[in-house]
Design a protein around this ligand. Structure first.
Ligand code: FES
Length: 127
């Protein structure tokens, strides 16, 4: 599915699969340890950003609150998290996510592009 976004004065277009990542293999229960809290989901797979926000976890650093963010399109990079444990429970990063995270440590993922299918531990606001 094609998509187009107007972000920060730029018009960005691409395939939905490029923007939001590929498929995800199912797994066990999703348990997210994040910044000293634990979130549990009965779903087999969750979008990390949506799950964090739904549970009151702020994924955006102050900078993103001032300058804005892409709203989950995988372009701004402000929703990045550091994966402390459970990297194998994430979907593989899409080319778009890899491009957005270029130059960042290999244990960073964009929470908006990440689908999680098992227990993980992460740290937010790493940018
Ligand atoms: S919200 Fe912009 S990259 Fe995730």
């Amino acid at each position: 599915m094609a998509a187009a976004f107007h972000i920060g004065g730029r018009f960005v277009a691409g395939r939905m699969s490029m923007l939001f990542g590929g498929g995800n293999k199912g797994g066990g229960k999703v348990v997210i340890k994040v910044d000293g809290k634990t979130i549990e989901s009965s779903e087999k797979s969750v979008n990390l950003r949506k799950e964090l926000i739904a549970n009151g976890i702020d994924v955006y650093p102050l900078r993103a609150k001032i300058t804005g963010n892409c709203g989950g399109a995988g372009i701004c990079g402000t929703c990045a998290v550091k994966v402390l444990d459970g990297m194998d429970k994430f979907n593989p990063p899409s080319k778009n996510e890899q491009n957005t995270l270029r130059g960042k440590p290999s244990d960073f993922r964009l929470s908006c592009c990440a689908k999680v299918s098992g227990p993980i531990s992460i740290k937010t606001k790493v940018n």
